[in-house]
Write a protein that binds this ligand. Structure first.
Ligand SMILES: Cc1ncc(COP(=O)(O)O)c(C=O)c1O
Length: 374
């Protein structure tokens, strides 16, 4: 690892503190739409499964139990409607943030290598590149690559549906990316953690496309990795349930290193995850809840002089002021109403703010009232 803690960027949320204080001083209290941390209860079947498996004296398998891997494969078949990777090409992770942050290092990247990530993105893609000593390059197309970097790229991140924009990549867009990367021997890692939350067509009917779809990859997983997380799908961010899978030749060495590191998903969590994957009823209930909040917020923000861009899927509204105010000005204005949001600068775009759908129903309704009568 080529990074010292003193080299780390400011933790962006620290910069929001003054606005948080302002929002908290609202006479009716703060309504928090800044962080995408679920607030609704973890479904009973997951809590029960964790209890059931709590007696766990032995070490779990780094690669996950055979039944967990089977449940993940079944999830791809039944829910994502794609051909699942081989059993041994699936690896549980402790949430997906840790694997986003360590993947460049685990793939052996180092100084001289470059990692492409979307220009407006979850910041951990860039951090993971820096941790490996590699260069993070924000770019949305090959043409946008800075001079001199093209030959150094070893890994490209795609995040669909995107945090923060909610953009979804089509089968055709993913196919073009994979073709481009394959011709150059570049690994494609696809973070698909919001795939269960489509809000617009064709994604509602067809599902959000995955890099594991044979229409995208031609039936060949060479150079392809897919990540998924149950944090948002199952209101279980506290359980840290996620995985990475794809090309066996890439997963094999990652598995081996993680075995040596002791990066094992706890056995009771493996069992809870297996049970969670077997149930879509709670996922549908979550989708309906988030969908209702999204409609309320979308209406209230539109009435209050804001436009919603992209936001085709995922856990956020990507919001712009019609009068062109920048992200920090919007953040300040909303904080004066006691409404806390995340400035787009945290993700590389100062023209928008991100509004999470993870406030309670009561907080969402209260925000709509405050926006209507400031
Ligand atoms: C795009 C993206 N990837 C990964 C994560 C990490 O989620 P977790 O570590 O809970 O799986 C998040 C969390 O907000 C995210 O937005």
């Amino acid at each position: 690892m080529g990074l010292h803690s003193s080299d780390l960027p400011d933790f962006p949320w620290d910069l929001l503190a003054p606005h948080k204080a302002r929002a908290k001083s609202h006479p009716d209290g703060m309504l928090d739409f800044s962080v995408g941390s679920p607030v609704d209860p973890t479904p009973d079947l997951i809590v029960e499964a964790l209890r059931e498996a709590a007696n766990s004296p032995g070490y779990p398998k780094t690669g996950g139990s055979a039944t967990l891997r089977a449940a993940i494969r079944e999830h791809y078949r039944r829910v994502r409607r794609v051909r699942p990777p081989e059993r041994h090409a699936i690896l549980p992770t402790l949430g997906s943030k840790e694997i986003v942050a360590t993947l460049p290092s685990l793939l052996g990247l180092s100084a001289g290598d470059a990692v492409i990530h979307p220009s407006v993105a979850y910041p951990t893609y860039a951090l993971g590149a820096s941790l490996a000593g590699a260069l993070p390059v924000p770019a949305d197309s090959a043409e946008a690559l800075p001079r001199g970097t093209a030959g150094r790229v070893r890994l490209v991140w795609v995040n669909s549906p995107s945090n923060p924009t909610g953009k979804v990549w089509s089968v055709e867009e993913l196919r073009r990316l994979i073709t481009w990367a394959r011709e150059r021997g570049i690994v494609v890692a696809s973070d698909e953690c919001y795939a269960a939350l489509p809000w617009t067509e064709p994604w509602i009917s067809e599902g959000v496309p995955s890099v594991l779809d044979p229409r995208v990859n031609g039936g060949d997983l060479t150079g392809i990795l897919a990540l998924y997380s149950l944090s948002k799908r199952s209101n279980a961010a506290g359980y840290r349930m996620a995985w990475i899978c794809g090309d066996p030749l890439l997963i094999g060495p990652i598995h081996e290193i993680r075995r040596h590191m002791g990066m094992m998903m706890p056995g009771p969590i493996q069992w809870a995850m297996e049970k969670a994957l077997g149930d879509e009823t709670h996922v549908q209930a979550g989708r309906e809840r988030y969908g209702a909040r999204r409609t309320t917020l979308q209406g209230a923000l539109s009435q209050a002089g804001y436009a919603i861009d992209d936001s085709q899927a995922g856990l956020y509204l990507w919001v712009r002021a019609l009068d062109g105010r920048d992200d920090w000005a919007i953040t300040a204005d909303l904080a004066a109403l006691g409404i806390l949001v995340a400035p787009g600068s945290f993700y590389g775009d100062p023209t928008h703010v991100r509004v999470a759908l993870t406030a309670s129903d009561a907080a969402t309704s209260a925000a709509a009232l405050r926006l209507a009568a400031p």
